[in-house]
Design a protein around this ligand. Structure first.
Ligand SMILES: NC(=O)C1=CN([C@@H]2O[C@H](COP(=O)(O)OP(=O)(O)OC[C@H]3O[C@@H](n4cnc5c(N)ncnc54)[C@H](O)[C@@H]3O)[C@@H](O)[C@H]2O)[C@H](O)CC1
Ligand SMILES: [K+]
Length: 500
């Protein structure tokens, strides 16, 4: 699914009106009908509706929904946030239609907001949608605060009012929704971590905007969906042998962090690599040999941390480096040598990223098409502090292009930024994966996919998806609270069949 900017969504609206063709007010009616159908399907009994409308088209949607609820017999009161100016034409048309069936329409025009909201109320938030042009202030801000301090279920239409679609709304007044009914496609503001407190559960309503618009335009942001994943996935040929699936090398572990090596190794083997070799300090030898007997183990001359190279790097189809390696001076030298001399793409994670942050000049040397997998803190160490997720996204886009690398910025919707300035938002995974070890598992999966011949960009999109899907399967069996990174590895076997 493409993710459109505010301007693109407005253009799509106009394209539909012109090409379907359909009158603007009828498109609003279609959008409102989708919302009404969703609301009715919730079977909220014993509740009454309080609908808060602005005077733009988001408010127009609210008025149309109010009419439908009243006609279906639901107790409904309408509140309009007055701004002293006429509403949009479609708002005015819907106000007139509503006047024909109710007088329960109230205008909010003073800072003294006395509307009582109880726990049995359902709030429909149709104050502002994609037309928001500045942070809410004055009566609008007070109204948002009033709604947020009540304990009613809040359903936001299109976006929670106060959220900008494409830029940060940090620190501004924003409705805290339980459900967001958004039209046609995801908006960027519904995918970034910083807005998680406001958006509740997202429901995409198909209001049948004209499909021609998607064919006639190019988009740079996309949600990864099963169809895309299936188009990337390469089924195994029956006549293949282990040599066809590549030899993966994992450069991992230090004293006290051999677990990271174990997790990355086991995830790599579970994700289809033909052969897996793991390079660890000597203290990791017996551990790896006992918990990962299918892997080959090579040890550094040092007991506790890595300080040398694991022989000839060119014989491996893919190399993953970083989980648990620490940042000892000798380890820094080893990472620096590999970053400078190796020419095939690497999967670079965890402490290897921290080492790059300590020697930023290395960034320009890392092999093209390498996959970097930072979480937000590692990302900021690499590329500088960011105050919000939108800025982080812009930097990821720019740096992926500049360094010709794939940047996998880990989060609720992990972001994959490509050298071609394309951004993919992953849509699998859950909060149960926010635990130590999950990242090591991802490194193993990505290295395995690279070893099997997937190009880096495809390996990143597919690997992040599989990782999240395995996490979802683990959570459904074991709960988000109790699942461990090892459980994600076990669930990889169940995740693959789901994308065949
Ligand atoms: N294709 C679709 O997605 C459809 C969307 N619909 C709905 O229309 C809104 C967008 O409507 P629009 O009139 O462009 O904008 P808003 O209703 O969000 O508000 C605009 C209104 O408010 C004023 N304003 C903006 N910011 C502020 C502020 N901070 N304080 C005070 N006033 C502000 C602005 O000047 C305008 O007057 C979309 O979200 C959908 O809900 C269609 O119904 C169907 C198709
Ligand atoms: K809204």
């Amino acid at each position: 699914m493409q993710i459109l900017s505010r301007e693109q969504i407005q253009a799509w609206d106009q394209y539909t009106i012109y090409n379907e063709p359909i009158r603007s007010v009828d498109l609003m009616e279609r959008a409102a009908t989708c919302c009404f159908d969703w609301i009715r399907a919730q079977h909220w009994r014993g509740h009454s509706f309080k609908i808060f409308c602005g005077k733009g088209n988001n408010g127009g949607d609210g008025l149309a929904i109010a009419r439908m609820l009243l006609q279906a017999g639901f107790s409904t009161i309408i509140y309009i946030l007055e701004n002293g100016r006429p509403g949009s034409p479609d708002f005015q048309e819907n106000l007139q239609r509503l006047h024909e069936i109710t007088t329960d329409i109230h205008f909010i025009q003073s800072e003294n907001i006395v509307i009582s909201i109880t726990e049995t109320d359902i709030i429909i938030d149709a104050l502002f949608g994609s037309g928001l042009n500045k942070p809410l202030s004055g009566i609008a801000a007070l109204l948002v605060e009033h709604i947020n301090s009540a304990h009613a279920i809040v359903v936001s239409i299109d976006v929670p009012s106060g959220l900008f679609l494409d830029k940060s709304s940090k620190g501004h007044p924003i409705i805290v929704a339980d459900h967001t009914l958004t039209f046609q496609v995801y908006k960027l503001c519904l995918l970034v971590q910083e807005n998680a407190p406001y958006i509740g559960r997202i429901h995409i309503l198909d209001i049948q905007l004209h499909p021609g618009f998607l064919k006639d335009n190019i988009f740079h942001k996309e949600l990864t969906e099963p169809a895309l994943i299936r188009s990337i996935f390469k089924p195994r040929n029956e006549f293949s042998h282990k040599g066809n699936f590549g030899h993966a090398l994992l450069i991992t572990g230090s004293y006290g962090k051999i677990g990271a090596a174990v997790l990355a190794t086991r995830a790599c083997m579970r994700s289809g690599a033909g052969l897996t070799t793991v390079f660890v300090p000597r203290c990791g030898y017996s551990i790896l040999q006992s918990v990962a007997p299918e892997a080959m183990v090579m040890t550094d001359e040092n007991d506790e941390h890595l300080s040398s190279l694991p022989g000839d790097l060119d014989k491996y189809a893919a190399i993953g480096i970083g989980p648990g390696i620490g940042t000892e001076e000798a380890t820094q030298k080893m990472v620096s040598f590999i970053a400078r001399r190796y020419t095939m793409p690497l999967v670079i994670d965890a402490d290897a990223l921290n080492i790059l942050s300590l020697h930023k000049e290395l960034l320009t040397h890392i092999p093209a098409d390498s996959i970097l997998t930072p979480h937000p803190k590692e990302f900021d160490r690499l590329f500088g502090d960011h105050t919000n997720d939108f800025d982080r996204l812009s930097t990821a886009t720019a740096k992926a292009a500049e360094l010709k690398c794939i940047i996998v910025l880990k989060g609720h919707h992990t972001i994959i930024a490509t050298p071609g300035r394309q951004i993919f938002f992953n849509n699998t995974g859950n909060a149960g994966m926010a635990k130590g070890g999950s990242g090591d598992v991802l490194t193993g999966i990505l290295t395995a996919l690279r070893a099997q011949g997937y190009e880096s960009e495809k390996a990143a999109i597919l690997g992040v998806y599989i990782h999240g899907l395995a996490g979802d399967l683990a959570a459904s069996k074991l709960s988000m609270e109790s699942m461990l990174a090892s459980d994600i590895i076990e669930a990889i076997s169940l995740a693959f069949p789901q994308i065949y």
